[in-house]
Design a protein around this ligand. Structure first.
Ligand code: AMP
Length: 545
């Protein structure tokens, strides 16, 4: 028997309708070089319509790829809506990628238009003349576009000027592409993930649930996570759907600017990677500033170090740990605590530090790396995490790297995890980052968390280096806190680790450095560190020798 319910298309158009109709007076605020830009959802909706007219004028039709190379700001948000709502495909470009990767991505996607922030014109100009599919650049700026080899280039505001403030939105098939984003390409070439309207719609609902990020109309969201990577964890769509106030930081991501924005706008929920929060925590500790409006600091992208969660708790800030991937839209699991758990503060902390329960809509399984068989959820056995669901990719654009997907429709995440009997996922490592020593595995993530618990350590990253006897041995790169530069010894660090980890887990070498190199999305760049690790250090300690 068929239902009496309609085949109502699950498209992003609904969120545009909802925010502009139900919350026309709510605000979207963007940090600027000088001061702030602010307008309402009503004005936002009018400009989205004007932009849609502009896209049509430039010959953009259904399925055409429209790229953006922009920070988190109101114009980028307008593109997040106008492009997919006209039936075209939003393609976010990460300006921090190597030029070869950027060039590959633009050409692989065959972008027709590129909208670029004035401040990012130099980043994109690195590949000027190498984007044959691009017919037009549009500069996101107040004034005329800067001089550059990116031609022809017109101004965004000129494109919108005098256009009608309403648009007859077309009927869109919910399974059509709405947006695409490439993986960061830390191994091999970047691969395209194409999100549909339906997957985005469902992800937005899933992410909005109270047992996920739980954003409401009463909230003011600060997405520090960039809109050019993994759709800013879907936050722009969630915030717009519920009519939350949005506080967008543009390129001003230093702790002082973030604190100013948080305090001025009364931000309640902020989302970003651990490195952002490590820097913010340091700033708060140094200046004695408090952020009383903030109720949740969402942290994902790499493992949340316990010392960070504890430090933020001392500032009255509650962190919410989330896991996801470009391929999972990206929210896959969230560290919410079941009512039956977390009876003591320590228990609760232990649960919240895990990557969490698969979010509603996502199924998970634990699979042996050797045999491919299902493994028990006992919190001990480690294997690869595989996931599936309506917003989890089942293939890459143009069929790249098909081995990442199983024949029965699951995504091989490449993350090595345990899952406990309650269903909580805990990441031990990326498959490629596990240190294989003497036939056993050492979790670099766990070692890093232990290292970052040292009161003099700001950041730490662990990689495996080839070893003639043990196959691989861990070495640790450690950044001391500014007040302790040159004042922390290797023996001190190892002494701190000894009671915390198995003897054979102790790094063979500790290297003190000023900064851990980061990837284009702010994660520790382990590829680069592995290269550096095989170069002998000037100073170091090898306890095994
Ligand atoms: P990306 O597609 O660039 O967002 O990277 C996805 C990868 O980031 C995942 O496969 C994980 O290895 C890592 N990741 C994301 N969130 C977390 C987290 N909360 N803890 C540990 N690793 C994470």
């Amino acid at each position: 028997m068929r239902s009496t319910m309609p085949d109502y298309p699950l498209t992003i158009q609904h969120f545009l309708w909802r925010s502009t109709t139900l919350f026309p007076g709510k605000e979207i605020v963007t940090r600027r070089e000088q001061g702030y830009h602010r307008y309402t959802y009503r004005e936002f909706g009018e400009r989205v319509a004007q932009l849609a007219h502009g896209l049509r004028e430039l010959g953009i039709g259904p399925g055409d790829r429209v790229a953006t190379c922009a920070w988190n700001n109101y114009r980028h948000l307008e593109l997040y809506f106008a492009v997919p709502c006209t039936g075209a495909v939003l393609h976010t470009l990460n300006p921090r990628l190597f030029p070869e990767h950027l060039e590959f991505i633009v050409n692989d996607a065959e972008d027709r238009l590129v909208f670029v922030d004035a401040s990012l014109v130099p980043a994109l100009a690195r590949i000027a003349g190498k984007m044959p599919s691009v017919r037009q650049f549009v500069c996101l700026s107040d004034g005329p576009p800067p001089e550059s080899p990116l031609t022809p280039m017109l101004s965004y505001e000129d494109l919108l000027r005098d256009k009608p403030k309403t648009y007859e939105w077309p009927v869109i098939d919910e399974l059509d592409a709405a947006a695409m984003c490439y993986t960061s390409g830390t191994t091999g070439k970047p691969k395209g993930v194409v999100y549909s309207h339906r997957s985005t719609f469902l992800h937005t609902f899933g992410a909005g649930l109270s047992d996920c990020i739980g954003l409401t109309e009463r909230d003011c969201l600060l997405p520090v996570v960039p809109m050019f990577h993994a759709m800013a964890w879907g936050q722009p769509y969630v915030a717009t759907m519920v009519g939350a106030t949005q506080a967008l930081p543009d390129r001003f991501l230093d702790p002082a600017s973030l604190v100013e924005l948080i305090r001025q706008e009364g931000v309640t929920v902020a989302a970003g990677v651990p490195t952002v929060w490590i820097a913010l925590l340091q700033y708060l500790e140094k200046t004695g500033t408090r952020l009383p409006s903030v109720r949740t600091v969402v942290c994902g992208g790499s493992a949340l170090p316990p010392a960070l969660m504890e430090g933020m708790a001392r500032q009255g800030l509650r962190m919410l740990h989330a896991w996801g991937m470009t391929e999972t839209s990206p929210l896959g699991s969230v560290g919410v605590v079941k009512s039956t758990l977390g009876k003591t503060q320590e228990d609760e902390m232990r649960v919240r530090l895990k990557q969490g329960l698969p979010s509603a809509g996502v199924e998970a399984r634990l699979v042996s790396l050797d045999t491919g068989k299902d493994l028990p959820w006992d919190g001990q056995t480690i294997g690869e995490l595989q996931v599936r669901g309506p917003w989890v990719a089942t293939g890459y654009y143009r069929g790249a790297d098909p081995d990442r997907f199983t024949a029965d429709g699951w995504l091989r995440t490449g993350d090595v995890v345990t899952i406990d009997p309650e269903g909580y996922i805990q990441i031990a490592d990326r498959v490629k980052d596990l240190v294989k020593s003497g036939g056993e595995w050492i979790s670099s993530v766990e070692l890093e968390s232990a290292l970052m618990g040292h009161p003099k350590v700001l950041e730490a990253a662990v990689v495996g280096v080839p070893h003639p006897k043990w196959q691989e041995r861990p070495i640790a790169f450690v950044v001391p806190k500014p007040d302790h530069r040159g004042a922390v010894t290797q023996e001190e660090i190892l002494g701190f680790l000894r009671p915390k980890v198995a003897k054979w887990w102790l790094p063979d070498e500790i290297r003190f450095i000023d900064e851990i190199p980061k990837t284009s999305v702010g994660k520790f760049d382990k590829k680069l560190l592995r290269e550096q690790a095989v170069t002998p250090a000037v100073a170091g300690v090898r306890p095994s020798e």
